[in-house]
Design a protein around this ligand. Structure first.
Ligand SMILES: Nc1ncnc2c1ncn2[C@@H]1O[C@H](COP(=O)(O)OP(=O)(O)OP(=O)(O)O)[C@@H](O)[C@H]1O
Length: 276
C-alpha cells in the first residue's frame, strides 16, 4: 500500500490521489499534523511506501528518517530531504560532484559577508539557506543594501549565516526539470512576470524547455547524486552553459503540467507502483 503523507493538500497531491483511485491502487492519506509518529515502534497506518509531500521541510525530514529506519521505502529518502532542504549544503554537494552551479560562499558575520559581496562585485544574490518560492532571495546592488538585507534576514531567519551567490547573467527565464527515478519526466522554462526572479509560480509563463544533450546529461548527473526519487532540478542558462542552482525534495509541477498534461502525474504514479 502507498501512503501519501501531507500537511496541506495542494494541486499535485489531489492529482496523484485521483490517479491512484483511477488505477485502483491501494493507498491511504495521512495528515502529518494529525498523526503522531511512533519513533520506537511500528506505525500501523503506514503502507510499505510512504510518498512524503509535506510542505514543511521539518515534517519531511522526521517522517523520512523515522520511517526509513523502520524499513519503509520513503519517497523521497531522508538523504534527499536532508541535503536539498538546505541550499548551502546542496551547493557543497553540487560542487563535489562536478555539477556546474553558481559560485557561492557562506559567511558567518555581516562584515565578512559584505567582503564577499565586494569580491564578487555587485550585483550579488543573497538567499536564506532554506526556503522556497523565492522568499527573501534578494538582488543586492551595493554595501548599503547588503547591510539592510542582512539585518532584516537576521530578524526572521537563522541569524548570522549569509549565503551569497555570484549573479548569473541569463535570459529572463530559468529551467525547472522534474526528475523521476533519475529520468527527466518534464522540463520547462519559467519566465518572470516582472522583476528579476523567474521562479514566480503565480501567473508566470511556462513553456517546454529545449534541452541540449549536454543539459540533459548535467541534469541527470545532478539527480544521480541522490537515491531514486521524485525531485525538481532548477537551472539557469549562463553564457558558459547551464548552472544548477536548486534541487527540490518536494517538487511542485502544476506549472509544468500546463505544458505536459498528465505525463508527470502518470510518471509519478508509475514510479510509486514500481516501488510498492
Ligand atoms: N545566482 C543567481 N543569479 C541570477 N538569478 C538568480 C540567482 N539565483 C537565483 N536567481 C533567480 O531567483 C529565483 C529564485 O531563486 P531560488 O530558486 O534559489 O529560490 P527558491 O526560494 O528556492 O525558489 P523555488 O523554490 O521556487 O525554486 C531563481 O528562479 C532565479 O530566477
Amino acid at each position: 500500500m502507498i501512503s501519501i503523507i501531507y500537511d496541506y493538500i495542494n494541486w499535485e497531491e489531489k492529482q496523484i490521489i485521483k490517479k491512484l483511485q483511477e488505477e485502483n491502487i491501494e493507498y491511504n492519506i495521512i495528515n502529518a499534523k494529525d498523526e503522531p509518529l511512533n519513533i520506537t515502534g511500528k506505525n500501523s497506518k503506514i503502507g510499505d511506501v510512504a510518498f512524503i509531500r509535506c510542505v514543511s521541510h521539518r515534517r519531511s525530514l522526521y517522517y523520512s528518517a523515522i520511517l526509513e529506519n523502520q524499513g519503509i521505502r520513503t519517497i523521497n529518502s531522508f538523504n534527499i530531504f536532508n541535503i536539498t532542504g538546505n541550499k548551502i549544503i546542496t551547493s557543497a554537494y553540487l560542487y563535489k560532484n562536478n555539477i556546474p552551479t553558481p559560485e557561492s560562499t557562506v559567511s558567518f558575520s555581516k562584515d565578512a559577508a559584505i567582503g564577499v559581496c565586494n569580491s564578487y562585485g555587485y550585483p550579488v544574490v543573497f538567499k536564506p539557506a532554506s526556503g522556497s518560492w523565492g522568499r527573501m532571495v534578494s538582488l543586492i546592488k551595493n554595501d548599503n543594501m547588503a547591510e539592510t538585507i542582512f539585518s532584516m534576514n537576521d530578524m526572521v531567519n537563522e541569524s548570522g549565516v549569509y549565503y551569497i551567490q555570484r549573479y548569473v547573467e541569463r535570459p529572463p527565464r530559468d529551467i525547472r526539470a522534474i526528475l523521476i527515478n533519475h529520468d527527466i519526466s518534464a522540463a520547462v522554462y519559467r519566465y518572470s512576470n516582472d522583476g528579476w526572479k523567474t521562479n514566480l509560480y503565480r501567473g508566470g509563463k511556462v513553456e517546454k524547455a529545449a534541452l541540449s544533450d549536454y543539459d540533459r546529461e548535467i541534469i541527470i548527473k545532478a539527480s544521480e547524486i541522490f537515491d531514486a526519487g521524485v525531485i525538481g532540478i532548477d537551472a539557469m542558462e549562463s553564457p558558459d552553459g547551464i548552472k544548477i542552482h536548486e534541487i527540490n525534495g518536494r517538487v511542485e509541477f502544476k506549472g509544468a503540467s500546463r505544458v505536459y498534461g498528465d505525463k508527470i502525474i502518470n510518471d509519478v504514479v508509475n514510479f510509486l507502483k514500481s516501488t510498492s
